[in-house]
Design a protein around this ligand. Structure first.
Ligand code: AMP
Length: 252
């Protein structure tokens, strides 16, 4: 696996394989089987695969969350080598944001609700970095998880609105045996807390109406940012012992 940290170096490499199809998976690292399921799919569908790891400061609405975001670069690199990834792109914030974030891309309707309403600025930071990465990588296909459903919808919308020539591929949410959606932030939960957190999926996936579901979550000690039905899905963001969890399921 070729590890690339400089934008210029990546651009030189990119020019060399015009005839191959390229799959891209943007991540913030602390990789788990959820990320790796995107990698495996990209490997099946493309000649070459590039993964980026960049903990994007502009999409964190709480500085502490950014500062304490887990960093497991050595282990991530090993996992990507084992999955036969061709390129690992590790851009520097100073290079990606040479404009000091004076240029941003924002969306004004979809990003005002749910996650956007609870995390001001989050989607502007996310869309801005995804646009920069899509422009740099120039992949044929980029892979995003349904775990972050609203993010997926916004990326698709941006790509369509700005005529970006990369296909956005939606991937199923990868879960632990108990149903808990895999997430880098789960490392902040003890095994017992992770077991408890699995109630979120169990309830979202149940036949309960939304009010009963909310009441049960509260009874189980979750704090609720939102639980809503939209886009034929049930989407929720909750807090368990100071850790924020998001998940969504298809409405049956
Ligand atoms: P992150 O590193 O959290 O920014 O995630 C990078 C990509 O992996 C995003 O497209 C996420 O939606 C996706 N992802 C994260 N967790 C999962 C999961 N449990 N299953 C499938 N995709 C995931």
């Amino acid at each position: 696996m070729n590890i690339v940290t400089q934008i210029k170096a990546w651009q030189t490499i990119r020019k060399q394989f015009n005839t191959h199809s390229l799959g891209f998976i943007p991540t913030m690292g602390c990789l788990h089987e959820g990320h790796l399921s995107l990698v495996d799919r990209a490997k099946r569908e493309n000649d070459r695969v590039v993964v980026s790891i960049f903990v994007n400061p502009t999409q964190f609405n709480q500085e502490q969350d950014f500062l304490s975001y887990p960093n497991t670069l050595e282990q991530d690199t090993q996992l990507l080598i084992e999955r036969h990834v061709d390129y690992l792109f590790l851009p520097q914030a100073s290079e990606l944001y040479s404009d000091h974030y004076s240029i941003k891309i924002s969306e004004e309707t979809l990003s005002a609700e749910l996650e956007g309403a609870h995390r001001p600025g989050h989607f502007t930071g996310m869309l801005t970095v995804v646009l920069k990465l899509l422009n740099l990588i120039q992949a044929h296909r980029a892979y995003f998880g349904e775990k972050d459903y609203q993010q997926l919808l916004l990326v698709k919308k941006m790509v369509e609105a700005l005529f970006i020539p990369t296909d956005i591929m939606a991937c199923d949410t990868c879960r632990a045996k108990n149903g808990l959606a895999l997430s880098s932030r789960n490392t902040r939960l003890s095994p017992e807390q992770q077991q408890h957190a699995a109630h979120l999926f169990r309830l979202l996936n149940s036949e309960l109406d939304i009010n009963t579901l909310q009441a049960q979550l509260l009874e189980l000690g979750f704090k609720i940012d939102y639980v809503e039905e939209k886009w034929q899905r049930r989407l929720a963001a909750v807090w368990l012992d100071g850790v924020r969890l998001i998940d969504n399921t298809k409405i049956r």
